[in-house]
Design a protein around this ligand. Structure first.
Ligand SMILES: [Zn+2]
Length: 177
């Protein structure tokens, strides 16, 4: 696993430089832009600083090649799972604003079906395992999807249509720990 730190500049729309209250979970996403690279997604977060593309960012982006870019320091807030409302599960576990206490990981993918390359899957498993170890998180209880947080968004799409692959993800993280 190779993580390249390429932090985006502090700005209102994608890196507000607020401290997380704590780190109580990892939220997985798909980038919803087939074939786009981790670097392109990271750069898109950076362009949000001008305010023309709304709010949005994530701590990490995992490329189709398996390389990882860190965009935001772990202990700062990213705007990856904000919503007008959240699932009951999310309210209970993460409170009224889950961005406050979660790390967001974006996963690149080759097509609109949203399946991941083996490289992306493996790198994201390894990254999640490292974060679980660092912040004492449980791979089953504390790794979740954007969809589980907000209820209405199909993100990552593949884990919505293939829940068994999300379970496999958690299992592989647990295997490393
Ligand atoms: Zn998402």
């Amino acid at each position: 696993m190779t993580i390249t730190e390429m932090l985006i500049p502090v700005n209102e729309y994608s890196r507000p430089a607020k401290s997380l209250k704590n780190i109580s979970g990892i939220v997985l996403h798909w980038v919803a832009n087939p074939k786009s690279s981790a670097l392109a997604n990271r750069n898109f977060f950076e362009t949000k600083q001008y305010g023309q593309h709304g709010y949005g960012s994530a701590h990490y982006v995992v490329d189709m090649s398996g390389s990882i870019i860190q965009c935001i320091p772990d202990k700062e807030m990213a705007y990856h799972c904000g919503s007008k409302s959240y699932t009951e599960y999310a309210y209970k576990k993460y409170g009224s604003y889950p961005n406050n206490c979660t790390i967001g990981i974006e996963l690149c993918h080759p097509d609109w079906e949203g399946s991941f390359t083996d490289e992306t899957f493996t790198a994201a498993v390894e990254l999640s395992a490292e974060l679980c170890r660092k912040y004492m998180l449980n791979p089953y209880a504390d790794i979740t999807t954007h969809r589980n947080i907000v209820g209405w968004k199909s993100c990552p799409k593949w884990f919505g249509s293939h829940p068994e692959d999300f379970q496999l993800f958690q299992l592989e993280v647990a295997d490393i720990l």
